[in-house]
Ligand binder design. Structure first.
Ligand SMILES: [Fe+2]
Length: 245
């Protein structure tokens, strides 16, 4: 992959980047699998379990549901792109497949990473997420990001009086006056990579949807943040694939 400094600068400034997977058999396989999962037809030894209202997550793990879920990353050199735009050696710590019913989202505006007067929440420095939605006939807004909000943060605000919701403060609310609300609409094969300290929310949709969520961080962070075996297995597996490539 040709390193593109524009991507690095854009990601640093905005906190997110939109890219497209190339049309290939791997993408077809990913889509086929996601479609079946959306229709509640999951492979044996896997199941869909409700995590948040209106959503179901693929269990017990998603990364080994189908080889295409990791192949799509390497066939598109996403591993190189991620390391370039973050200037880190990132590994994969978590893969989730989540179906959502049409309607209001369970996830209002929030940051995954923030600090209050009495605690630090989320992974610091922030994990980087990649989200890909199965394309639908009618493209819809799926995710909103408050552009550049990862660089506009106040630390130490009172959890009791300054926070409207977990991960969303009075200060964050004022950012709507200054920052662009970027609406990520899924089309054929596009995906979003974002810094999880950005304020973001899941949009209300008219159709049911399914998405795959990859969480990247450094080896040290994955080892200290995720203690269950399957995260570490995934990380080691990703590391091997990265070396082979
Ligand atoms: Fe989030």
């Amino acid at each position: 992959m040709q390193a593109n400094n524009n991507d690095m600068v854009e990601f640093f400034k905005n906190g997110f980047l939109i890219k497209e997977f190339k049309e290939c058999n791997t993408l077809k396989k990913v889509n086929e699998n996601l479609k079946n999962i959306l229709n509640n037809q999951v492979k044996s030894n896997f199941l869909l379990e409700e995590k948040y209202a209106n959503t179901k997550d693929l269990r017990p793990t998603a990364y080994n549901y189908d080889t295409s879920f990791l192949d799509i990353i390497f066939n598109n050199d996403v591993h190189l792109l991620l390391d370039h735009i973050t200037q880190k050696n990132l590994l994969l710590g978590h893969v989730q497949v989540r179906t959502s019913k049409a309607g209001h989202s369970y996830m209002p505006w929030h940051r995954d990473v923030y600090s209050t007067d009495n605690r630090d929440a989320g992974m610091m420095p922030p994990a980087i997420k990649l989200i890909y939605y199965l394309p639908t006939q009618n493209y819809e807004n799926k995710l909103e990001i408050l552009q550049s909000s990862h660089r506009l943060v106040l630390n130490g605000l009172s959890e009791k009086s300054d926070f409207l919701l977990p991960g969303f403060s009075n200060f964050d609310k004022q950012l709507f006056n200054f920052c662009n609300r970027y609406e990520f609409k899924n089309n054929n094969s596009n995906y979003i990579i974002f810094d999880t300290s950005c304020a973001h929310s899941v949009s209300e949709t008219k159709e049911d949807s399914v998405r795959i969520i990859y969480s990247f961080a450094t080896e040290h962070q994955i080892k200290s943040h995720f203690n269950s075996e399957h995260h570490l297995n995934l990380m080691e597996h990703y590391k091997c694939l990265k070396i082979k490539k």
